[in-house]
Ligand binder design. Structure first.
Ligand code: EAX
Length: 349
């Protein structure tokens, strides 16, 4: 008996050791060279968007730049299209250290770090210029730096590195949405975000939160009447095949965030952190250009695929969603809203 227990013990030991050996990438310093002096890292990035999307291309720019800056010592593998789970699941993987980087909207991050909810408020920004003035200024930096702690002060498991352009969010469906009354009675997919859910409710619709990767079939099967997003996401995820009415009501501008795992971050040397930060800020700039081209291309595809594009009066949408700001902009979020609005005033000549 004792003998067989020993054999079982050895076998378990081998399996565990094998598992640890195979556990590469996430938060990992995988191997040192023969002298042990130069760590090589193979890091993993996962996100929910398809590879034709300008945000994916921005992430590729990050990986390439990081590899170059580190002289090939840090390489990244990208898992796109929800291969490693939904945006919330990717954030949870950052927290456990089983993933090194992800890109998500600010909306799922706000469920962990509430200050990010400011970006879910309807009509917070006047236009793209106001949005980028805030993101690239003091307020944007301040919010990014808050990503490392939960509301209770405990570590969040995340280090947000930079913003990426995600344009504005807009309704699409098969029935034209020209006023908030057209949202009433419809089931609209949203992100898992209390503010987005309340916003649809304020227009008399029903929000159906679900991961982005499940939306194509929900639209196709008629489980939801519509959704809301930017043109590149609409086109690259092929929702354009199943929805033929797109309305530029610009209700929110939730930026995307490129985020490192705190578990990885704590393992990096100061030099490596600097490479990662530099690669992220360069990728953010490159991605803003890719975004413009990607949006232009998406609009062209939408026209070719027979989508009717509406540019409605925004005022009724702003009025219908104003109670959501009243409800959710409290405490420090209310202060941020005021500061963000002041940035727009400073911009006005
Ligand atoms: O972050 O879930 C969504 O609608 C997001 O816009 C998308 O995945 C990008």
């Amino acid at each position: 008996m004792k003998h067989s227990n020993l054999i079982v013990g050895i076998l378990i030991g081998l399996v565990v050791a094998g598992g640890l050996f195979a556990w590469r990438g996430a938060a990992g310093q995988n191997a040192s060279d023969a002298t042990g002096a130069t760590p090589r890292r193979e890091l993993q990035i996962a996100h929910a968007l398809p590879t034709g999307h300008p945000v994916h291309q921005g992430i590729e720019a990050f990986a390439k730049r990081l590899e170059a800056l580190s002289g090939g010592r840090i390489t990244c593998t990208i898992f796109p299209s929800g291969q490693r789970g939904s945006e919330t699941e990717c954030l949870e993987k950052l927290q456990t250290g089983s993933l090194d980087f992800t890109k998500t909207s600010t909306a799922p991050v706000s469920n962990f770090v509430p200050v990010f909810s400011v970006f879910s408020l309807p009509y917070l920004f006047n236009d793209a210029e106001h949005y980028w003035d805030v993101l690239e200024g003091e307020i944007g930096r301040e919010i990014l730096d808050r990503s490392t702690s939960l509301a209770n002060g405990q570590p969040s498991g995340m280090v947000a590195l930079c913003y990426m352009d995600a344009g504005s969010r807009n309704f699409y469906s098969n029935a034209p949405i020209l006023t908030p009354a057209d949202v009433a009675g419809k089931t609209i997919r949203t992100m898992r975000d209390p503010i987005a859910i309340a916003m649809i409710g304020a227009m008399g619709g029903k929000a159906e939160p679900m991961p982005f990767g499940e939306l194509y079939s929900a639209l196709q099967q008629g489980n939801v009447d519509g959704a809301e997003n930017n043109p590149p996401s609409f086109v690259e995820s092929r929702h354009v095949e199943v929805c033929k009415q797109f309305t530029f009501d610009h209700h929110t501008r939730n930026p995307d965030l490129f985020i490192a795992s705190q578990a990885l971050w704590e393992k990096l040397s100061d030099q490596e952190k600097e490479w990662v930060r530099t690669a992220a800020s360069e990728a953010s700039r490159v991605q803003r250009k890719l975004w413009k081209d990607g949006t232009r291309q998406a609009l062209k595809t939408m026209r070719e695929e027979g989508v009717t594009i509406h540019e409605p009066d925004l005022k009724p949408f702003q009025e219908a969603t104003a109670p959501v700001i009243e409800e959710f902009a409290t405490g420090e979020v209310a202060e941020l809203v005021e500061r963000i609005r002041n940035v727009a005033e400073e911009d006005t000549p």
